[in-house]
Design a binder for this molecule. Sequence first.
Ligand SMILES: [Zn+2]
Length: 195
Amino acid sequence: MKGILLSGGMDSTTLAYLEQPDIAFNINYGQLPAKAEREASRKVCRELNIQLVEIDIDCSSLGSGDLAGKGKLDVGAESDWWPYRNQLLITLSATKALTLGCKELIIGTVASDSYHKDGSPEFIDRINALISFQEGGLIITAPGIKYSASDLIKIAKLPPHLLAMTHSCHKANLPCFECRGCNKHQNTLDDLGVL
Ligand SMILES: [Zn+2]
């Protein structure tokens, strides 16, 4: 059985459409746009007939940057960096995925995410090695990691109505049109020639 970590953003939604996992995991970990991400994930899963597992664990006291509504840490990271966020989310979803019988967990990382170390191919290799080494042998894959967000959408031939369901803002449940998430969303639409 195949699972996916689904934020309801463009990349994980496109991979859900392309890879047709059996089950999706959406996590409210205390991020500011949690409600919109959950709603987008519900719509996408309903549309694609994927079982959605909703996980609620408030980690907001540990967060930093845009997603936590806090300042950026002085460690050379971007404004939306939350320490070990992907590691945290992969661990939480992998824990649930294994108990449900998944053999593979898909992560929605794309090429442009490597401005964070935890969005790089090296990180995916390392987290896959660490988790698959443990009991159950669950593997972590990132099928979109070589592609830009817009190329992935083109390859998948993502229907526009699914694209319209996605939520990308890091700061709020309604797009703020100024954060890195909103900028990436708009740049991707520009690349696709969508007004
Ligand atoms: Zn925003």
